[in-house]
Design a protein around this ligand. Structure first.
Ligand code: SAH
Ligand code: SF4
Length: 350
């Protein structure tokens, strides 16, 4: 266990606690709001840029109220400008954990849109999908809301953010209170609309329904991966025994309740889930729904026993779904191929 003697950082305080702390440090209550907002808005990693604060308060911040809790300890930049970085957090009984975040600039020339970022919600993942490197070691711990917020601040420091996908490491519905709290904080400072945030989940039905009832201000993606029950039970172990129909029914409930269409995600595992039988059964499964299904060609990682699908198989799969009236874009992975340890970095920003 690491003893953490550092002062609490900005987003670890609740709004009232922060006001009190700021007053202790010689500022005024309203500076709390300014601070929470500006750090996100500008992507500030240190207090120098906080020119609207009184100098005395600004100078007290680094030692008494640091803006961030973690430290960036690794960064990989790919040719297309995609940046993956790891932030290390020390707090917690488990000692250090390294959290992965990805910043993908828009590929459009002269685009005024910002990047799409992909944030993590847990250190490790308890779901254990057999094709996903994140699930290999199980769950280390849930991230705290401030650790999720910090990923946004650090990503914002790399450039403007247009969209966010909560599709990094972890299963957001298993750490939902922290996810909701973090997104609420992020919206205070980032001009990011509800339709610009997508949360991806394997779709625990009860949790999905509950989330739908809580006025979620984001879009939902459900990771489906196969239309066959037995195969899903094997591929997504934590969902074993949960009928696919129940997952789809929870997705329908989400749509009724929120008016937001659900996107389904389907990882195409070469010669495994990319067959014509799969395409046919999937189309039947989703019949009658106005659904988009993102086809994600498997991105090979480490020693997992799966292969990248052949391009013809991917295109044939897509054609079948389109002919059946479904919207089925292919989401090829972007950048960082060889370093995509989590195997989930892919283009949602084209
Ligand atoms: N736990 C959530 C969100 C994080 S995973 C979920 O599973 O939905 C985000 C997406 O990345 C999932 O759809 C997952 O199936 C996909 N993914 C995981 N490993 C992958 C790999 N090696 N290649 C392609 N997609 C992968
Ligand atoms: Fe967890 Fe998602 Fe990876 Fe499955 S795909 S192990 S749910 S992060």
């Amino acid at each position: 266990m690491t003893e953490d003697t550092r002062p609490k950082s900005l987003y670890q305080y609740d709004p009232e606690g922060l006001q009190a702390r700021i007053v202790e440090l010689g500022g005024q209550k309203f500076h709390a709001k300014v601070l929470r907002k500006q750090v996100l808005e500008k992507g500030l990693l240190d207090a120098h840029g906080l020119t609207s604060l009184p100098a005395a308060l600004r100078e007290a911040l680094p030692t008494k109220l640091p803006l961030l809790a973690g430290q960036e300890n690794d960064r990989v930049v790919s040719k297309d400008g995609t940046i993956k970085f790891l932030t290390e957090f020390e707090r917690g009984l488990e000692g250090r954990v390294a959290i992965e975040t990805v910043h993908m600039p828009s590929l459009r020339k002269n685009s005024e849109r910002g990047a799409t970022i992909c944030v993590s919600t847990q250190a490790g993942c308890p779901v254990g999908c057999t094709f996903c490197a994140s699930g290999l070691g199980g769950l280390i711990r849930n991230l705290k809301a401030h650790e999720i917020v910090e990923q946004f601040v650090r990503a914002r420091a790399l450039g403007p953010i247009a969209r966010c996908v909560v599709m990094g490491i972890g299963e957001p519905l298993l750490n939902f209170a922290a996810v909701q709290e973090a997104l609420a904080t992020v919206r205070e400072g980032l001009d990011i609309g509800a339709r610009k945030i997508t949360v991806s989940s394997v779709g625990f039905p009860d949790r999905l329904r509950k989330a739908a009832d809580e006025n979620p201000r984001f879009d939902l993606a459900i990771s489906l991966h196969t239309p066959f029950q037995e195969q899903r039970d094997a591929l997504v172990p934590a969902m074993a025994g949960v009928p696919i129909e129940d997952v789809l029914a929870a997705g329908d409930y989400w749509f009724e309740k929120t008016g937001r269409e659900v996107t389904y995600e389907y990882v195409l595992l070469g010669e495994d889930t990319d067959t014509p039988e799969h395409a046919q059964a999937l189309a039947e499964c989703l019949q009658g729904r106005r659904a988009t299904i993102n086809l994600i060609p498997y991105n090979p990682s480490r020693d997992l026993p799966y292969q990248r699908p052949r391009t013809e198989a991917v295109e044939g799969f897509q054609r079948y779904l389109q002919d059946a009236g479904l919207v089925a874009p292919i989401r090829w992975s972007r950048g960082l191929q060889e370093s995509a340890a989590c195997g989930q970095l892919r283009a949602l920003s084209q």
